[in-house]
Design a protein around this ligand. Structure first.
Ligand SMILES: [Zn+2]
Length: 236
């Protein structure tokens, strides 16, 4: 039996169930540098005057078309400002790698990954519209494609948001319904005073991470719950 295993580390970030195959296939080919971009065709021996099909102001390479071309740059800026994240990279592969390592809640991550894929798709669509239809796709039209795809992805109801203001603002910006994470289990704890003449000591400890800064504290209380003393000790 032959077992096939993916040969690229980013395959999970491309073959997502919330990304239509036509769009993930485009990103896949882009990451493998297999798109018929003029710069690549020239290197393959085709005699073309490489010129970006979208802006006409630079040679057409994948890094220019999908990162630096004015249409792509404006779309990324819109996405970054909405998600309050910024990525700076010289190459598309580095950009994609950084984008996939950004931390979000599961619900917002679906929107973020969708935005990455759909910006690529929108730029490629604009490029082909100009080449084959002689039509210009403007920034507003391209951005509306991105926002609509994110709204569609959110309807699949994958993952929950973090119960924090950042996630709430992102979801409100797109007028999307948030799916709050379940509140942690609430345990009721009843404190009872010690018998007369006795002192009760309540202690607690916490650590920032493991290993990391930690500390402990304690409080001494009498039978009337008056504090008779306390301590607070950092543990390094
Ligand atoms: Zn361009």
């Amino acid at each position: 039996m032959i077992r096939c295993s993916p040969q690229v580390p980013w395959w999970r970030d491309v073959l997502c169930r919330f990304i239509p195959p036509s769009r993930s296939a485009l990103t896949w080919h882009l990451l493998l540098n297999r798109l018929p971009i003029e710069d690549r065709l020239c290197r393959a021996g085709f005699h073309l005057a490489s010129r970006c099909s979208v802006c006409g102001a630079s040679s057409e390479s994948s890094d220019h078309l999908f990162l630096r071309c004015p249409l792509a740059a404006a779309l990324w800026e819109a996405v970054f400002s909405t998600f309050q994240r910024h990525i700076s990279a010289d190459s598309w592969s580095s950009f994609f790698s950084q984008a996939m390592s950004v931390s979000f809640s599961d619900q917002v991550r679906v929107l973020w990954i969708t935005a990455i894929h759909v910006v690529v798709w929108s730029v490629w669509f604009a490029c082909n519209q100009w080449i084959f239809e002689n039509k210009v796709v403007d920034f507003i039209s391209a951005l509306s494609l991105v926002w609509r795809a994110m709204s569609d992805a959110n309807r699949l109801e994958i993952g929950c948001m973090r119960n924090c203001v950042d996630d709430l603002l992102i979801l409100r910006w797109f007028d999307l319904r948030g799916r709050p994470a379940r509140a942690s289990v609430i345990k009721s704890v009843i404190w009872s005073p010690p018998a007369p003449g006795w002192i009760k000591i309540n202690t607690d400890g916490a650590a920032l991470s493991s290993p990391g800064a930690g500390g402990c504290r304690g409080v001494f209380l009498n039978c009337r719950a008056f504090v008779k003393g306390c301590f607070d000790v950092p543990l390094g």
